[in-house]
Write a protein that binds this ligand. Structure first.
Ligand code: C2E
Ligand code: CA
Ligand code: CA
Length: 549
């Protein structure tokens, strides 16, 4: 009877299966779709039970992991791969690097890497014929541990592959911190059509892998359409049913006889090879990404000696982000430093130097004065993220992305100013205070209001959201609206007792209005003071004391 084995059958039968060779490897080739040549292969574990038939890792690997048996199985797989490669070497047959999977539980066995290294030496296999796959979920056990494992593998000379990239566990963070050599991108994790969202995600990942100069292998590729698509976005390496399912070792040996092979090459040495010219050509991938898949972006050159900027291109979103109705040619033709003050300029240059020297992203925030034909002058605050993408002696090609953070900055400044004003006074006098701007119906609460009443720093269309939130009891809502209406109409001061919060605690609410030089009401300063019932407090205190005795 063929069926999947139960947990008990797996655990009890494990040692026996290992000793009798029931656990063995199948191998699946990895092909360069552009040349048809083999670039490597992956060993996948199988368990063949004499009675219950072939078992698949999707069923038994989690059980072995749960019972801390997986490292023994993985060592056995590693040894079989070494054995296979030994035979290829001994018979002078074709040979390609074979990847072996490392379970995230293997890394908890501190000497695991030393054990595989011991086996490799025993079989005397050059390290270039073996690769190790780790999954991004290995990072769940702690970044430091995986990092030390990756470092150790690198020390011994293994290439490390990140398996199942994009399957979920904060992929980008893991990638940033782990120096893997190869990314395996599983097509099956990308939902939807390759023309849609899935396609955009895939092409961005491929693009990013190029930035990082990491090799990328597409896995789970089943159709010619998928393979061609991957090739079109610059990922030629394919592992999937389209070329072959995982096959038993002997069958793979036959496959090696008839298939040409070649080494894996890094996707593209972007930094050296990229020239700005590609961004001019409307048909290149660079232009497609530049115009569609990123936010506000610009490409410019920087002359380090002269500290001169020369803007080559900005995209559509760059112009909208600046928000001053400028055109690309306005920006390209004006002196880029024109809109920077001295401080902002030196801050920006420091950021450029950092991007150039570190070869990494650098970020700065600078205010700029922008003048445009239609909008006049304005100050905007721009967050710029920059990166070096090319260089010739003293000239650097820089890719920058911008974000207009003016309103974010202004709000921050306003809030911290009004907070300063009210905070001290409020804390001392036990009052809540706020500012009400008559023309715009904007309300800015003090720090205590935000803290005690969970109000945001800015409330629009005051007082409606506050009434809705239940801070004002419904039966007082109209009365409060009328009070504000009188202020809007020019009343210099207002006062009322209002029970606030769900606890209906009585407060005296007062307003005094500020007028401009024409006598028009501009702002009203509001406050709420708790009505202290001294008798009640005395009584409650007495009771508390009694309870405490
Ligand atoms: P994985 O490492 O992502 O391996 C790739 C899986 O995708 C394999 O399943 C392979 O047969 C399958 N596959 C390859 N191309 C295609 C395709 O075009 N379409 C579809 N639908 N599937 C494709 P397999 O062999 O069942 O392995 C499943 C998982 O079990 C592996 O995923 C890996 O996580 C784990 N595993 C396999 N062998 C080992 C091992 O020796 N040690 C450890 N720790 N885990 C292993
Ligand atoms: Ca794998
Ligand atoms: Ca995988």
């Amino acid at each position: 009877m063929k069926r999947p084995m139960s947990e008990i059958e797996l655990v009890e039968g494990f040692s026996n299966a290992l000793d009798n060779g029931h656990i063995y490897i199948c191998i699946q080739p990895q092909i360069n779709h552009a040349t048809g040549r083999m670039v490597g292969a992956e060993a996948l574990m199988r368990w063949s039970d004499p009675e219950l038939g072939i078992q698949f890792p999707g069923d038994f690997v989690p059980v072995l992991e749960k019972h801390d048996l997986i490292y023994r199985a993985d060592l056995c797989v590693f040894e079989q791969v070494c054995n296979f490669q030994r035979e290829q070497l001994d018979t002078h047959a074709n040979i390609v690097p074979v990847s072996v999977n490392l379970s995230r539980y293997d890394i908890y066995h501190r000497d695991y890497i030393d054990q595989i290294e011991f086996i490799r030496r025993k079989y005397n296999i050059p390290v270039k014929y073996l690769r190790i796959e780790i999954t991004e979920s290995s990072a769940i056990g702690g970044m430091e541990l995986v990092q030390s494992v990756v470092d150790k593998l690198h020390e011994y000379g293994y290439l490390v592959e990140m398996d199942d990239f994009g399957s979920g566990y904060s992929s980008l963070n893991v990638l940033k911190d782990l120096e893997v050599d190869i990314i395996k991108l599983d097509m099956r994790f990308m939902q939807g059509e390759i023309g849609g969202r899935g396609g955009i995600i895939i092409s961005s990942i491929v693009q990013m892998a190029k930035w990082l100069k990491t090799i990328i292998i597409a896995e789970g590729v089943e159709t010619m359409e998928q393979a061609d698509y991957m090739k079109s976005i610059g990922c030629n390496y394919i592992q999937g049913y389209i070329y072959s399912k995982p096959v038993p070792a002997d069958e793979f040996r036959e496959m090696l006889k008839t298939t040409h092979h070649e080494p894996l090459k890094p996707a593209m040495k972007m930094i050296q090879e990229m020239d700005a010219g590609k961004f001019w050509n409307p048909d290149t991938l660079e232009t497609l990404i530049f115009s569609n898949f990123v936010g506000g972006a610009a490409i410019f050159t920087y002359d380090r000696e002269k500290k001169a900027l020369d803007v080559l291109r900005v995209n559509e979103k760059y112009l909208t982000e600046l928000g001053m109705n400028q055109s690309e040619s306005d920006i390209i033709h004006e002196d880029p430093w024109w809109c920077f003050g001295e401080d902002a300029k030196s801050k920006y240059i420091a950021c450029l130097e950092q991007a150039i020297d570190s070869n990494e992203e650098a970020v700065c925030e600078t205010w700029r004065n922008i003048t445009s034909k239609c909008c006049g002058d304005d100050k905007v605050c721009i967050r710029t993220t920059m990166r070096k993408i090319g260089s010739t002696d003293n000239h650097y090609l820089i890719y920058s992305m911008i974000q207009n953070i003016t309103s974010e900055k202004r709000r921050f400044i306003e809030v911290s100013e009004s907070e300063k004003k009210f905070r001290m006074a409020g804390e001392h006098a036990n009052i809540y205070a706020w500012e009400y701007e008559i023309a715009t119906k904007k309300m800015r609460p003090c720090f205590r209001c935000m803290r005690d009443l969970s109000l945001p720093p800015l409330i629009e269309n005051y007082p409606e959201p506050v009434i809705e939130s239940g801070l004002f009891p419904a039966d007082y809502a109209d009365m409060y609206r009328e009070m504000l209406h009188r202020i809007d109409e020019g009343s210099p001061a207002e006062e009322a007792v209002i029970p606030l919060t769900v606890g209906r605690i009585p407060f005296i609410v007062r307003y005094s209005t500020e007028f401009d030089e024409n006598g028009k009401p501009v702002k009203a300063y509001g406050s709420a003071t708790l009505i202290v019932d001294n008798d009640k407090i005395e009584k409650e205190t007495e009771e508390l004391i009694k309870e405490g005795q």
